[in-house]
Design a protein. Structure first.
Length: 105
């Protein structure tokens, strides 16, 4: 069950970050409010995961790095950010790091 909470936490964190982009420095009301709502939900989900999993370092690393990788991919696809070989390789290293944390516990 904690994997579901972790996945939801990652999704909420990504949604919060997307809203941050649209909040335009907190000048737009709805996206600004949603930043706090989604980040609150993300942290709430993280708390639920940490009730079941003792290794805060592993849980937080997975949560943060997965969110970072997903946001980078969304930035490339949705926000038309530039892509380079080094960006792709860096994303692959993030994914490998996440797998390494989980598989070689």
């Amino acid at each position: 069950m904690y994997w579901l909470y972790l996945a939801l936490g990652i999704i909420f964190e990504v949604l919060g970050t997307i809203c941050m982009k649209y909040a335009a420095g907190f000048t737009k009301l709805v996206p600004s409010v949603l930043v706090f709502v989604f980040y609150g939900l993300a942290l709430g989900a993280l708390v639920l995961v940490l009730e079941k999993v003792e290794q805060v370092s592993v849980v937080y690393a997975i949560w943060a790095s997965a969110g970072t990788a997903i946001i980078a991919i969304i930035g490339i696809i949705w926000f038309k950010e530039p892509i380079s070989f080094m960006k792709i390789m860096s994303l692959l290293l993030i994914v490998l790091g996440i797998l390494g944390l989980e598989l070689f516990d």
